[in-house]
Design a protein around this ligand. Structure first.
Ligand code: APR
Length: 375
């Protein structure tokens, strides 16, 4: 349910939105960066100023604004704060932060570049809205859900304005370099499967594909390495969604939105902690990571997935052993599910891992070579 603005008219050239609102509804601060909403006590306007935000969708702002009102209405009703103008900033897709309290005249001068005034608002909508104030946790929960839905409903152009830098699937070449083939292939040549494999050296958080796998820890609440990079890139809503998943056991995989990342989804998995030595248990757990990530992707009808070198960083799994598990698991999965997957990208970060994969890919995804392949 959005504000039903019968008409938005631009009074001055630059974008700003006055939202007519019942006088008890304030947007409460949650976070900040892009839009400031200034509430003038007793007046019928909140003024929303935009700073450096490209082509923002007013409906999206109003929807987002409406949601925080549902929460704050309850809080502000009991607030002892004097009726002074309160400025809030919109974090982007569902979150706001209080910037401070200003007397109305000061607020009028604050960074407001133009005004688009709602010419009329259906008060019934506002009253219904004010009555829907939910609890903080409810609103917090709905924040990530609504943010996730909004990000996934955005057009590609709109999303690209959020994450700005990205690598498209077309920018990632299909693996086609068997020059390093050092020994007999372990699997028969299958050119169809070979077309589904890529080796990419770079930052997995930049890949504009269906899903990126995250080498997480059991809490799923972020950490260092690729886990930290993914959470930083996705923004705070990722952790909010992760906190509802109840953690993740080693070898399991759990899917979330990717929020501000170019990927649509993140599939979190927890690799085995090897610290140098690897037994059957660790090997099986790492195999489960790759298998369960692929299975989760196909379950969610996702067709392009990228993997970091799971467990080979902080968790100490020897990379030269991990590469065998990764390639074998992906090869065997694609043999059974090739129709459901368009591309699996091994996203390496270190030069040493790039060399390792270049040397071992020919064994698992052999090209049409002269020598007889071993079945
Ligand atoms: N893109 C792609 N790969 C990356 C990136 C990135 N932005 N950053 C790091 N990597 C690579 C590392 O170079 C390593 O090869 O990811 C691989 C996995 O390393 P870790 O991130 O340390 O993951 P892991 O060994 O599975 O340890 C998981 O570390 O970060 C914490 O919270 C995480 O507790 C968990 C543990």
């Amino acid at each position: 349910m959005a504000f039903q603005l019968s008409k938005l008219t631009a009074r001055l050239s630059l974008p700003k939105y006055c939202l007519q609102i019942t006088e008890n509804n304030f947007p409460r601060s949650l976070n900040s960066s892009r839009i400031s909403v200034t509430y003038f006590p007793g007046s019928w306007y909140h003024t929303v100023s935009r700073s450096g935000v490209a082509s923002l969708n007013i409906t999206r702002v109003l929807n987002s604004y409406q949601r925080v009102i549902n929460t704050v209405q309850r809080v502000e009703k009991f607030s002892s704060t004097s009726a002074t103008a309160k400025s809030f900033e919109w974090l982007g897709i569902g979150a706001w932060r209080r910037v401070g309290k200003f007397s109305a005249p000061v607020a009028l001068l604050l960074g407001l570049s133009a005004t688009v005034a709602a010419s009329s608002v259906h008060s019934g909508v506002l009253c219904a809205m004010a009555a829907q104030s939910g609890s903080d946790s409810e609103t917090e929960n709905t924040d990530w859900k609504k943010a996730k839905k909004e990000f996934l409903s955005m057009s590609l152009d709109e999303r690209r304005k959020v994450y700005k830098t990205y690598v498209t699937l077309e920018d990632i070449p299909i693996w086609d370099d068997n020059a390093a083939a050092s020994e007999e292939p372990l699997y028969k040549v299958d050119e169809e499967l070979n077309k589904k494999i890529s080796l990419f050296k770079g930052d997995i958080t930049k890949l504009e594909i269906d899903a990126i796998a995250n080498a997480a820890n059991k809490s799923l609440l972020g950490g260092g390495g690729v886990d930290g990079a993914i959470h930083r890139g996705a923004g705070p809503m990722l952790k909010k969604e992760c906190s509802t998943l109840g953690g993740c056991e080693t070898g399991e995989a759990k899917i979330t939105g990717a929020y501000r990342l170019p990927a649509k989804y993140v599939i979190h998995t927890v690799g085995p902690i090897a610290h140098g030595s690897v037994g059957e248990k660790e090997e099986q757990a790492l195999k489960d990571c790759y298998f369960n990530c692929l299975h989760t992707a196909t379950e969610n009808k996702l067709r392009t997935v990228a993997f970091p070198c799971i467990s080979t960083g902080v968790y100490g799994y020897p990379p030269e052993q991990a590469v065998e598990v990764a390639l074998k698991t992906v090869r065997e999965y694609l043999e059974k599910h090739h129709a459901q997957m368009d591309r699996v990208i091994f996203c390496v970060f270190l030069k040493s891992d790039e060399e390792l994969y270049k040397n071992r890919l020919p064994a698992y995804f052999a090209k049409d070579v002269s020598s007889k392949s071993k079945l």
